[in-house]
Structures are given as C-alpha cells and as structure tokens.
Design a protein around this ligand. Structure first.
Ligand code: SF4
Length: 385
C-alpha cells in the first residue's frame, strides 16, 4: 500500500468546492496586494512546472486506485463507502492527500478545483497540456474550475480561452469585489471596472461558466452606495452565470485593519449591509445570473435566486430583516453570527434557541452594555475568516 503518497495542496478553495478534488497548479497569488485579502500574505507566488503538476496528477491517480483496492479488500467492490472512509480517517498513516481524495470519491461530485489564486497566469499551451493529462488520468472528472484575476484574463484572447475550455476548464471564479473604480484603486485590487467587464465578457464568449465574487461592505460607510450601484452596473454588462456574495471582514492580519484602527475606514454595520445589498440587488437589471449568498460571513443567506425571476423574492428576504423590531434583529444577528440561524424565519421556528440567545444578550449587556454585545458578535463572525 502506498499510504505515504502525497501531493501538494493550496490553502483555499471557494465554499462550493468543498467536495472537489483540489489540485494545485500555481502557488499563492502573483498580485498579492489587495488590502482586504488575508490569504496569501507573506507567501511568494510561483508557477509550478507542467512536469511537477503531472507528477501530482499521477500520485493522485495512484492514491485513488489505492483507495479502490482498499475498498475491494474490505468487500465494498471498489466503492468509497462509509467503511472505507472510516478506515482512512481513523488510520494515522493515511495523510491529507488520502483523506481529501477519499472524500472526493465518497461524494462522487466529479468536480476538480485547480488551486491557487490566478491560474490563467500559466501559458495557454501549458495549461492545455495539464488539463489534457488530468482528463486522461481521471476520465471520471466532469467539471474543472479555477480562480483567476480579471487583469490576467484580459491578456488571453477569446481563442486562447476557447482552447482552455476545450481542454477541460469549465468554470472560472473571479474576485470582482467591486465595480467602482475609486474603490478598486483604494483597496489595491489592481484592476479597473472596464477590465472586469472585458475579462468577464471574454470568458462568457469563450463558452466557459463564470462566477463573479462581490464583496458587500468593501465601500465602508462612505462609499457603500457607489460600491453597490457601480458593481451592479458592471455585472449588468457581463451577465455572469453566478454572482456570489462574500461580505468583507477585517481581521488583524489584513492591511485594511490598520485603516480601520486609524479611523480612516469605517466598517458597515449589519443593518447598513442589509441596505447595501438591497441597493445592489435592486440595481441588477437585464441579466440572468444566479445569485448566491452561501458564504458563512453573509448576514442573509436567503438572498439567493435566479435573476430576473427571483429578484423580488431576494428583496423580500432583506425587507423581512429590515422590518423586524430592533430586539429581534439583534437576536437574529447574534444567532446568525454564532451559526445557529440561517434565516429570519428561524427566530420563530426555534423558541428554545431564541430564549437562550436573548438571555445571553441580556447577560452581555449587564456586563458591558451594547458595546460588549457588538464585540461578541464581531468575534463570532471573525472566527470564520
Ligand atoms: S488577487 Fe485575490 S488572492 Fe490575490 S491578493 Fe487580491 S484578493 Fe487576494
């Protein structure tokens, strides 16, 4: 048994790629300057060679075959069953690579996510070669996705992007964050709204699926409206397949934290964020994107739906929150940030949790007033960053 087999994995993947096979094809981020980004700071970008990546694909294949052999030995005919998963996760000699591949086989998503932050930085021919090899070794893969920066995408022609799609890349996730140029500059995103539009349109034209990440809260209290409106405007010109909301958080390790400390950047409160997202959704016009808020840092997960049909439904989710009495909004925020609530309906559906949260809030108020309540809420959200 090759239990010591291992291959390289990067630090992150999008939330919806939790059950994907993770294959690292570049290391870290070649830009690495965005003030709000906690991920690759102090890590140097490097390209991996095609041979190096192919080596990892071969190892991953060996591991997948090894897991199948283990399954047959256990009488499960090559399927990754609970028994197989149990054996791999309890055996100290099965490393991270075994565990992640076993999880992938168990869920059978057929999805592969290429790490890290900006893989279109690879030469088209190299990327095509890697994708072809991946397909050859893993014919069971049906969907390959990756992150890339808009500034990098605009360096590729539609023809190059088509070649990459034909080789197997189905979807690109792009961190749009905002479409408002002064804000893009302020947070050092290194890209303009016009480049975002150009990149997005090219990806769509090349026939790939496009997922654009928007960051509610990024404009702070002074630019929130411009941020919401300009971002919607940019997206209206791209019509990406997916628009994903991922709210801003500012832990100590991100450069923006210094600006918050110095009072130069004022974070949006949860109530302000709800209004900001309302303005954003309101301004999405003439597109057919799927909007999702599945990130744990978002206040209202229910702001999810397909445009244009679900627009009113999404606005209703926000309205319902905004119309709650102050005390209920606070209980919802506390429950949501603590991981107990997913929707404002949970306030009524679960009276026991409601009572518990209410008591906790009263205790915190007695200890240090509203400041202590807000401090606790912030602490709870930041555990997810
Ligand atoms: S481009 Fe993406 S990964 Fe790189 S610093 Fe900016 S947000 Fe972070």
């Amino acid at each position: 048994m090759g239990k010591t087999f291992d291959f390289e994995q990067g630090p992150i993947r999008p939330p919806n790629e939790a059950r994907s096979f993770l294959l690292r094809i570049t290391r870290n981020c070649p830009w690495n300057q965005c003030l709000f980004c906690p991920i690759y700071k102090n890590r140097k970008f490097s390209l991996r060679t095609v041979e190096e990546i192919k080596g990892d694909i071969r190892t991953a294949r060996d591991i997948a075959d090894d897991i199948k052999a283990l399954s047959r030995k256990l009488g499960d005919q090559g399927r990754t069953t609970d028994q197989v998963i149990g054996r791999i996760f309890s055996g100290a000699d099965y490393g991270t690579a075994y565990r992640s591949l076993a999880t992938w086989l168990y869920y059978g998503t057929g999805a592969c996510f290429l790490q890290d932050a900006d893989n279109l930085v690879m030469k088209t021919a190299d990327l095509v070669e890697v994708l072809a090899f991946l397909k050859e070794k893993f014919p069971e893969i049906s969907r390959v996705t990756t992150y890339s920066r808009a500034r990098t995408i605009v360096r590729k022609s539609v023809e190059s992007l088509q070649k990459i799609r034909e080789a197997g890349l189905n979807r690109i996730h792009v961190g749009l964050e905002t479409g408002y140029d002064p804000l893009l500059k302020l947070v050092k995103k290194g890209v303009t709204g016009a480049q975002h539009i150009e990149a997005g349109q090219r990806v769509v034209e090349a026939g790939m699926e496009l997922s654009e990440y928007v960051m509610p809260g990024l404009g702070g209290q002074s630019l929130w409206k411009e941020h919401a409106e300009a971002t919607a405007k940019v997206l209206n010109q791209i019509n990406p397949h997916f628009i994903r909301l991922r709210s801003l958080r500012v832990p100590e390790r991100v450069p923006l934290h210094k600006m918050v400390e110095a009072g130069e950047f004022k974070m949006q409160t949860d109530d302000m964020l709800a209004e900001e997202v309302r303005v954003f959704i309101e301004n999405l016009e003439g597109i057919t994107s799927m909007v999702t808020s599945d990130h744990i840092m978002n206040l209202l997960e229910g702001v999810t739906g397909k445009l244009p049909g679900d627009k009113e439904k999404m606005l209703d989710v926000i309205k319902k929150y905004q119309e709650l009495p102050d005390s209920e909004r606070l209980i919802y925020r506390f429950g949501r940030r603590g991981g107990a609530y997913r929707s404002t309906d949970d306030l009524k559906n679960d009276p026991v949790t409601h009572e518990k949260i209410n008591n906790l809030i009263e205790e915190l108020k007695a200890k240090g007033g509203m400041q202590e309540v807000e401090r606790t809420i912030n602490e709870m959200v930041d555990q997810y960053v």
